[in-house]
Design a protein around this ligand. Structure first.
Ligand code: PMP
Length: 304
């Protein structure tokens, strides 16, 4: 979706001076063992606020735990470093990427011996937020990894080689992104870096968590906002036929929020998307503090 090369505005590495150089031989470079989050802060009437910070950081801790990564961060310390990075970036609208990585140049894939530390990269949101233009998807021959292959819900850098494979093949075939299927059921799981929703007869549906997908924080927010707007929501099985039969289809993810889907392979969708439009507005209001949000959804960035 994003084609220009984004420039980051700040890199905040944690205090340990040994972490300042990542060895090329580091396991995180060589074998993709780092775990990470993608987080947004948005302009609000009172400065900038990070959206669902603690939920992202809890997912980062869960990713590290699942991988057996040893580190010295608890929720409070992660929060402090990420907010410091947001502040030092000096941007109201930014994309923040905290990464737990190992700088050690030791070979080997067993992670228990490695020291993991935190770095946060900050990009202007405009550089990573994809245009709101509708995207065209193709169903990928590359399925998501099943739960016996990799723990779903873990954001490890190496896992994104699988997304790169599916996305690159889709791009080569003239599409913007790929729909990936669950390997066991053959049903719809998600897109390469986003969750997928469909609307049919006014009901808002997304594949349930038992399919191989990352249960996104935007997905969770959209389900909550849709209920609040009075739509019926369903987390359930979504087969390819259901996708073809949908009235509206859209993707969700932290970087871009909600983006409409124009087509899945040869099925094109109506450009009139009333429910998508209402949900996107509701999401934009929530992230920028224009509507009341559940407690904990917005964390103010300290002002410089
Ligand atoms: N699925 C995958 C594979 C992703 O990488 C992402 C982006 N984090 C998502 C879904 C959407 O998750 P979130 O809404 O938490 O950004």
């Amino acid at each position: 979706m994003t084609t220009s090369a984004p420039r980051s505005v700040a890199t905040v590495l944690d205090d340990d001076p040994d972490s300042r150089t990542v060895a090329f031989g580091s396991n995180s470079v060589q074998h993709g063992s780092a775990v990470f989050e993608g987080i947004r802060c948005h302009r609000t009437a009172d400065g900038s606020a990070v959206f669902r910070l603690d939920d992202h950081l809890r997912r980062l801790l869960a990713s590290a735990r699942a991988m057996g990564i040893r580190h010295e961060y608890d929720l409070g310390r992660l929060r402090e470093v990420v907010l410091r990075a947001a502040e030092s970036g000096g941007l109201r609208d930014a994309y923040l990427r905290p990464v737990l990585y190992t700088p050690d140049p030791r070979l080997g894939v067993g992670l228990t011996a490695f020291r993991f530390t935190l770095g946060v990269e900050v990009w202007p949101a405009t550089d990573v937020v994809d245009p709101v233009e509708p995207v065209r998807l193709t169903v990928s021959p590359w399925h998501r990894p099943g739960p016996s292959v990799f723990p779903v819900g873990v954001k490890a850098t190496g896992l994104y080689a699988l997304s790169a494979l599916a996305r690159t093949a889709a791009l080569a075939n003239g599409f913007d992104d790929a729909v990936q299927l669950d390997p066991a059921t053959g049903r719809v799981a998600e897109a390469t870096i986003a969750n997928i929703f469909l609307v049919r007869d006014g009901v808002v549906t997304t594949p349930w968590r038992t399919e191989s997908l990352l249960p996104g924080i935007t997905r969770d927010s959209v389900l909550a906002l849709a209920s609040r707007l009075g739509y019926r929501t369903v987390e359930g099985p979504v087969d390819r036929a259901a996708l073809q039969a949908a009235d509206e289809v859209f993707l969700t993810g932290t970087a871009f929020g909600l983006v409409p889907v124009a087509a899945v392979d040869d099925r094109t969708f109506d450009q009139h998307r009333p429910i998508f439009t209402a949900l996107r507005q509701s999401y934009r209001d929530a992230v920028s503090g224009l509507s009341s949000t559940p407690p904990g959804w917005l964390t103010p960035v300290p002002q410089r």
